[in-house]
Design a protein. Structure first.
Length: 152
């Protein structure tokens, strides 16, 4: 016994529903203002002509299934693109937060070196020394470059 899949069953049911609704009578009449009206109910005056509406063309199940499959694929592609865009936006927000923090640190370091010319530093061996003015100026240039890089 062959069991039809759900899509085919839905397509058959939809076709049956459409064909049932098509057989309703359509009334056409012209009112006293000369406007033409169409309705499923006859006018109160009873002066209407019944219009024959031909049934819709038969639906090819294979073509309808292909169209449904294409629509599903398009929807999935759209959802995937939206997810990728959201992920990219989140990554950019994290990168922006890192840049802002680096900017804040670079500005703070520059301010400390500018306001404290006798700054002491600890070298690799653990000795505390004062920076020479040339080294201090070099450090301030490095911090300014960091500010230029991160604080755009």
């Amino acid at each position: 016994m062959v069991i039809p899949d759900l899509k085919q069953l839905c397509l058959v049911l939809a076709t049956l529903l459409v064909s049932v609704s098509v057989h309703a009578q359509i009334y056409k009449w012209v009112d006293e203002n000369g406007q033409t009206h169409y309705s499923q109910q006859p006018p109160a005056s009873g002066q209407a002509q019944v219009v024959d509406v031909p049934p819709p063309p038969p639906i090819d199940a294979d073509t309808a299934q292909e169209e449904i499959d294409q629509l599903i694929e398009q929807q999935q592609a759209t959802e995937q693109a939206e997810q990728e865009a959201q992920q990219q936006a989140e990554e950019e927000a994290v990168q922006q937060a890192v840049r802002e923090e680096n900017c804040r640190i670079a500005r703070q370091n520059l301010t400390q070196y500018q306001n404290n010319p006798g700054r002491r530093v600890v070298d690799e061996e653990g000795n505390v020394t004062r920076l020479a003015e040339e080294d201090r100026q070099q450090k301030m240039l490095e911090f300014q470059e960091q500010i230029d890089l991160y604080c755009q």
